[in-house]
Design a protein around this ligand. Sequence first.
Ligand code: PAF
Length: 285
Amino acid sequence: MTPRIIKTIHEMQTESNRIQTSGKTIGFVPTMGFLHEGHLGLIRIARKQADVVVLSIYVNPTQFGPNEDLAKYPRDFEWDAKLAAQEGVDIIFYPTDEEMYPQGFVTTVRVDQLTEGLCGASRPGHFDGVTTICAKIFNVVKPNFAIFGQKDAQQALVIRQMVRDLNLDLEIVIAPIVREADGLAMSSRNVYLSPDERQDALALRQSLQLAESIIQQSERNTSVVLQKMREFIESKSTTKIDYVEIVDAESLQPIAELSGKVLIALAVFVGKTRLIDNVLIEPPS
Ligand code: PAF
């Protein structure tokens, strides 16, 4: 069935209230569109667990820095709507900038600490934009649960913290990373890669696998692991490291010795395209 397309906050809130009053649950997948298998995986989880699935498609300007790719961020609403229909999405919330940020809008929702390192350090203000738009959209869609991908590990933790701190009445579900057959994590930005860059981009996943195997061989010093990862990534001609870090999986604070559950996360420019990837591991003590 073709999803209903809703463009205004008023109409979406009215519909969400109607659904909730009828005793049905709402599963929500927030996106910036240009859907790929990663998004479809999130939609499928929502479809299995909720009566009504709402997908939002909104390229949120406040989470892009002045030198980032907002203007050329890939968009194809017709294609997205077709995929959403195939996956059984009931409603697409597709607002305009004027609807989300009307004149006079001056509020920012900010999560401290978790946003300081990793992507937060290299993209100042990015997470303020993400938390602000998610807080707004949660209030509009009123979902029982919202699904985020583990690929954006820091984003998922930041949103979960915001929901906890502000007592927002929904559950945050974090879904596993979806990868291409050769291991590259699915991303809307992969379309920017030239054939050579596409090949070099495999270094992200491969460096994470390298780290896992070094750790399996009992290495517990994070500097040693990070150095080997950096050397591997830098051996590719089109890559430039933004960051490669090993942090505590909950606090996202860097750690010197590997113990407990850790997140190995990286952001790498492949040509001009910034890609991220990560793995969660718990080395045996
Ligand atoms: O992950 C994304 O696509 C965006 O950051 C989100 C969560 C839709 C907020 O704009």
